[in-house]
Design a protein around this ligand. Structure first.
Ligand SMILES: [Zn+2]
Length: 295
């Protein structure tokens, strides 16, 4: 999910005007899978707060976190969870440079070493502080006071950490321009983050061919049965087909609609159980501009 436009935030700001930091709904966490000395846990913010996930890979003597929330109170809940496990966090990964994955955890995890792909590190280096300040201006105490920016470049490749095999891959032009995929073949876990959404409206900016290619690539990889999403709970491979169907419906509906209202009504009708309806408003206002629409 992408939140680059500060104006776009005014749209969703209304959701939070009556919420104080201490009264926002709490997130949830659960153990996704475990095998020998490894467990994978997920912490997720509530659905109206975009169901942002942070995953914890619990190794024998250490914890590795993937993605760090948008709102600071949720990163603090994540910290409580890692404290309760009682092992040190040795690496904090950022999957891609959209703010909902990196601006939340600077206060909760100020000293943990942050890893990212070279492109993501450079992008946050360049734009991260400005993005943080914009969000602070709009959401006040719900936003962290500082960033913990990537300091270590993760190269694509295979690495064994705490006796567990990790495969790091770079994926291009999916939901974001560049994203890090982390695969744990021994557990059959594929950490796809925003390539996959689960029952939250996908954030559409325009052409989705690259995104569809990334989804099909995961489908072909038969080693992985558990797909971890960036928004919403994990799923099995049918989640990939659901996302592909969603994108295909979106593209057909873009062609059939005359304007944003028609488009949005059709999407909501087709996917009434999905969360994150305001995301459709944001991308329709600021990102998606089909040539065949009149407004
Ligand atoms: Zn996102």
């Amino acid at each position: 999910m992408k939140f680059l436009s500060s104006i776009a935030f005014i749209f969703i700001a209304g959701v939070f005007t009556t919420l104080q930091a201490q009264t926002i709904p709490t997130g949830t966490s659960w153990t996704v899978t475990e095998k020998k000395d490894v467990k994978v846990h997920t912490y997720m913010s509530p659905s109206p707060m975009f169901a942002n996930t942070s995953h914890i890979i619990e190794l024998k003597n250490e914890l590795i976190i993937v993605d760090g929330q948008f709102f600071a109170p949720y990163a603090l809940e994540l910290k409580k969870l890692t404290d309760s496990i009682g092992k040190p966090v040795t690496r904090f990964y950022i999957s891609h440079d959209h703010p909902d994955h990196y601006i939340g955890f600077g206060d909760a995890f100020p000293n943990v070493k942050v890893y990212a792909l070279a492109e993501t590190k450079a992008s946050i280096e360049q734009a991260g502080q400005g993005v943080l300040e914009q969000r602070q201006a709009q959401f006040g105490p719900l936003i962290a006071t500082k960033l913990n920016k990537p300091s270590v470049i993760q190269q694509p490749g295979v690495e064994t950490i705490g006796g567990v095999k990790f495969i790091f891959e770079k994926s291009l032009n999916n939901e974001s321009a560049v994203s890090l995929i982390i695969k744990l073949p021994e557990l059959g876990v594929y950490i796809a983050q925003d390539i996959v959404y689960n029952k939250i409206h996908l954030f559409i900016e325009g052409d989705t061919k690259g995104w569809e290619t990334a989804l099909r690539k995961i489908l072909k990889d038969k080693t992985y049965k558990i797909i971890l999403s960036g928004h919403g709970k994990e799923g099995k491979t049918n989640l990939l087909k659901e996302n592909l169907n969603y994108l295909s419906y979106v593209n057909a509906t873009i062609l059939k609609s005359k304007n944003k209202e028609e488009f949005k009504a059709a999407i909501i009708k087709k996917y009434p159980e999905y969360g994150g309806e305001q995301l459709i408003d944001i991308y329709l206002s600021y990102y998606l501009k089909p040539k065949n629409w009149v407004n």
